[in-house]
Structures are given as structure tokens and as C-alpha cells.
Design a protein around this ligand. Structure first.
Ligand code: BG6
Ligand code: MG
Length: 220
């Protein structure tokens, strides 16, 4: 019986995943490293500081703790420039309609994101009041694939992981959902199939009852 849904933000509600990639790639250029989209897949869902650590490993570069803080701030300022003019038109197709279906059925909804910019983005796209719970990068200690962000979301909504669907576009996020014993729906390509209970290409035209049926889950 499903009572709640937790949505990752970047790459699920809105296509900010591409802006994170652009900002990291720009930083990688400064390290004289060509950061590929494939490498970026492994960074999706990972916190800013851990992402930097992984990028430095890939580039084979060592820097001081002070410089790591500076690099994170620089990457974030580039990212914020990229999202500055975002508005509701960048909400991914079908998302608003799918959220409306959940509301009609009194299914609780939350955001479970690794991003410290989650609230800024949600405000820009006009969805800050759509979610009854928002757990973001400011509210958790452990980065995905640790399930902390989703467990906290479920706790705040008062639902059990088995009653809660997590929608995620990243391998790490889906691993976090499975580690927390949530129902894990991958949003994106078939490359996510190994990590998810089911994969959907996106929310366009998605009917909530059909989704549940395809996973043999009961409605409330
Ligand atoms: C995740 C993204 O949602 O948030 C990652 O998938 C990003 O790419 C992480 O690094 C942290 O985001 P922020 O906005 O706090 O730098
Ligand atoms: Mg994501």
C-alpha cells in the first residue's frame, strides 16, 4: 500500500542536472581535465564536496582543504549563474500533472535532494509550496547512496519506506532508495534498470494507477 512519494529534484522535477554538469566541466577545464558526461553519471546525486573529491581524483590533482572550499564556492557560483533565469517553464514534462494526481489521491509528497540549492530552485520554478516535506543538502549528513535523505523524508511524513516510492534519476539515488527499502523508480534511461524496481522515461502521460499496477502495488 503506497501512502507517499519522495522526489529527487535535480533531473527529476527539473533538468538542473545539465547545469550541474556544465559547472563541474568548467571547473575541470581549469584543472586541464576533460570531464565526460559518462563520468558525470557517477556524480549525479552526490553532494558538492564529495563531487569535488571525485573530480580531483579523476583529474589526478591534489589541493589543500582551503582550496577545496574555494573550488566548491566557484563551482556553485557558476551553477547559480546558470539557474538564475529559470522559471516554471523548466519543470520537466508531465511533472505538474503527476503531482496533481497524487494530491487528488491524498498521497503525501516530499523532496529528497542532495542539493543545498534545492529551496532556491523550487522557489524559482514556483513549486516551493507543492511539497509538504523538503529534505535537502542542508538537512543531511550522509550523501546518497546512504539512505539518510529519504529516511528523513519518510519520517517527517510519517510513512514507512515500504509505503513510499522514491523517484530518482541517479544511480546513487536509486542505491540509496533500495538501501532504505523504499520502492525505487528510476527516471531516465534503461541504464538505471539494474538499480531500480522499474524505470520510466519521464512523467509525461504517466498515470499513477498504471504505475502502481506495473509494480504490482496496491492503491490506498
Ligand atoms: C544533486 C545533484 O541533486 O545535488 C548533484 O545530482 C549535485 O549533481 C548535488 O552535486 C549537490 O548540489 P548543490 O546544489 O548543493 O551543489
Ligand atoms: Mg538527480
Amino acid at each position: 500500500m503506497i501512502r507517499a512519494c519522495i522526489f529527487d529534484l535535480d533531473g527529476v522535477i527539473v533538468d538542473t542536472a545539465k547545469y550541474h554538469y556544465q559547472a563541474w566541466r568548467r571547473l575541470a577545464w581549469h584543472l586541464e581535465y576533460e570531464f565526460t558526461e559518462e563520468e558525470n553519471e557517477k556524480l549525479k546525486g552526490v553532494s558538492r564536496t564529495e563531487s569535488l573529491e571525485r573530480l580531483l581524483d579523476l583529474a589526478g590533482v591534489q589541493i589543500s582543504e582551503k582550496d577545496k572550499k574555494k573550488y566548491c564556492a566557484t563551482k556553485n557560483s557558476w551553477y547559480l549563474q546558470l539557474v538564475e533565469n529559470m522559471d516554471g517553464s523548466e519543470i520537466l514534462p508531465g511533472v505538474s500533472e503527476f503531482l496533481a494526481q497524487l494530491k487528488d489521491r491524498h498521497i503525501k509528497i516530499a523532496i529528497g535532494s542532495a542539493s543545498k540549492n534545492a529551496r532556491t530552485i523550487l522557489k524559482r520554478i514556483g513549486l516551493i509550496d507543492a511539497f509538504e516535506v523538503i529534505v535537502d543538502g542542508e538537512g543531511v549528513k550522509k550523501s546518497k547512496p546512504d539512505p539518510e535523505v529519504f529516511l528523513r523524508g519518510a519520517e517527517l511524513m510519517g510513512t514507512l519506506p515500504q509505503e513510499t516510492i522514491v523517484f530518482e534519476d541517479s544511480e546513487k539515488g536509486l542505491m540509496a532508495a533500495k538501501a532504505g527499502t523504499f520502492v525505487a523508480v528510476g527516471v531516465g534511461g534503461e541504464n538505471l534498470a539494474d538499480f531500480a524496481d522499474i524505470v520510466i522515461p519521464g512523467f509525461k502521460g504517466l498515470e499513477y494507477p498504471t504505475l502502481l499496477e506495473s509494480m504490482h502495488l496496491a492503491q490506498v
